[in-house]
Design a protein around this ligand. Structure first.
Ligand code: NAI
Length: 478
């Protein structure tokens, strides 16, 4: 078996963590119980690109229990939990004779290694090709699309000065694979669909649909209510604080925290920071979200205005250049600057690197102090987490199992839908039907001791719904 992880001797620890997580992931365990005999994913060859954590390990083993073959990479250079990765490779074998799933992921990859790992999950042994993608942020999907475009147009991707380091490395990788004769068109043709985990990846899919470049159908898992209104919000409410504490252990109470973006993730961040006793300032571009933040009791102003006060910054926008290098140079002493959005371009780290008046002092892995005008009377510094990459997975271990069980149960249902009913899904981007969204929630109620009320026939008729649901129209926003 081919694989690349940090250290297979970490597998016993990973296995113990996975076993504990299974108890906290009732939705995934219900999927195994419900579909284990039926094997709906038999024949599915899933290329997975999603943070290689303990929770993802339970997802991977659920997909395998339903019949799928899987290859896996992480979707971020810092997010892999090495014990989990090792346990998934070892499976029920031993470190000397692993028999699990090929994983290509470790904490602290270089950009070159990152894209090589993404390529590995699309590169199946022998004549086989992957026939499904499970993506988080869309990098596996992007690699296939850019490589196919290069093959179809005959124009090799060329790095430009405007490209980020990440894009330059991706373009170099595509050229390398084309030199090796990889037939990306055959790979794309064999892919029946992709299920996408996060807001940013979903944006990319809709954009490809709009410009008619999308090559295969997609299910937008993010916009299942039981994903974005839970993982993005309540998951973040937990893991943001975990990331801040493990990185800096700075007291949050009494500080001024600035949250950029008041979407699902921003709402979780703001609530968590207020819960710790911080005074929270929100920045927004959308008047509806700005009004929501104000009604929730947060001060809403621009980042420029917040600079004089902010001690802790968190970007949660999915946008770019939200905090510039110049703004970082004007922050309060030792302000903590972090991003929890999917990509690192929310904070202009490239701009920081390019400034002549700045020096980087590494404090520990994924924590750097950036000092401006060192040695002068004007010396000041900020602390940047995870080089601007998503800090809850870079500095901590991401969302806890119970909330990820909701997200990943949607992923499993989406994989089954697209793989078993692909003729029902012509090229397009879809969300799961409401009854499946409600099913995911239902599977998580018992563990929390929730007792659900039931409509009578006459009440259901009065509301115009079925007794067993769905209870809301697709337009309802929760
Ligand atoms: P969303 O679309 O619900 O919210 C983003 C908000 O940011 C919007 O309200 C938008 O108006 C605002 N915004 C955009 N540009 C802005 C700017 N320049 N200044 C201030 N506000 C701005 O998206 P969601 O679901 O909250 O996700 C945000 C990011 O977090 C995405 O990149 C997503 O992929 C990622 N994500 C990360 C997770 C993690 O565990 N770290 C979990 C889930 C999502």
């Amino acid at each position: 078996m081919d694989f690349r992880v940090a250290d297979l001797s970490l597998a016993p620890l990973g296995r113990k963590e996975i076993t504990l997580a299974e108890h906290e992931m009732p939705g995934l365990m219900a999927m195994r119980a419900r579909y284990g005999d039926e094997q709906p994913l038999a024949g599915a060859r899933i290329a997975g690109s999603l943070h290689m954590t303990v929770q993802t390990a339970v997802l991977i083993e659920t997909l395998v229990a339903l019949g799928a073959e899987v290859r896996w990479a992480s979707c971020n250079i810092f997010s892999t939990q090495d014990p989990a990765a090792a346990a998934i490779v070892v499976g029920d074998g031993t470190p000397d004779a692993p028999n699990g799933v090929p994983v290509f992921a470790w904490k602290g990859e270089t950009l070159e290694e990152y894209w090589d790992c993404t390529r590995e999950v699309l590169d199946w042994p022998g004549d086989e090709q992957p026939n499904m993608i499970l993506d988080d942020g869309g990098d596996a999907t992007l690699l296939v699309h850019l490589a196919v475009e290069a093959m179809k147009t005959g124009v090799r991707p060329e790095a430009t000065d405007d490209d980020s380091d990440e894009v330059k490395v991706l373009k170099a990788l595509i050229n390398k694979t084309l030199d090796e004769g990889v037939d990306w068109i055959a790979i794309a043709n064999s892919i029946q669909g992709v299920t996408e985990e996060t807001t940013t990846g979903v944006h990319r899919l809709y954009e490809m649909l709009r410009n008619e470049s999308l090559l295969f159908p997609a299910i937008n898992v993010n916009d299942s209510v039981t994903k974005s209104k839970f993982d993005n919000r309540y998951g973040t409410r937990h893991s943001l604080i975990d990331g801040l504490n493990r990185a800096t252990d700075v007291l949050i109470g009494g500080k001024v925290a600035v949250v950029c973006g008041y979407g699902d993730v921003g709402k979780g961040c703001a609530e968590a920071l207020r819960g710790q006793g911080a005074r929270v300032i929100v920045t927004e571009v959308d008047p509806i979200c700005a009004l929501q933040a104000a009604m929730d009791g947060f001060q809403v102003t621009t980042l420029e205005d917040a600079l004089a006060e902010g001690d802790i910054y968190v970007t949660a926008t999915g946008c770019k250049d939200v905090i510039t290098a110049d703004q970082m140079s004007r922050m309060r002493p030792q302000a903590v600057v972090s991003n929890i959005g999917h990509f690192d371009n929310e904070i202009d780290v490239t701009g920081l690197v390019r400034r002549p008046d700045v020096t980087r002092v590494n404090i520990k892995p994924q924590v750097d102090q950036w000092v401006f005008d060192a040695g002068t009377d004007d010396e000041r510094s900020i602390i940047l987490l995870s080089e601007g990459r998503l800090m809850n997975l870079g500095n901590a271990t991401g969302h806890p199992s119970f909330v990820m069980s909701n997200s990943f149960t949607n992923q499993v249902l989406a994989q089954i839908e697209l793989y078993t009913k692909h003729e029902d899904y012509p090229l397009g981007v879809y969300t799961l039907p409401k009854h499946l969204d409600e099913l995911v929630a239902r599977l998580h109620l018992e563990a929390l001791g929730v007792r659900l009320s039931e409509l009578t026939e006459s009440q259901a008729a009065y509301l115009g719904v079925q007794v067993e649901g769905p209870f809301k129209t697709d337009e309802y926003r929760y």
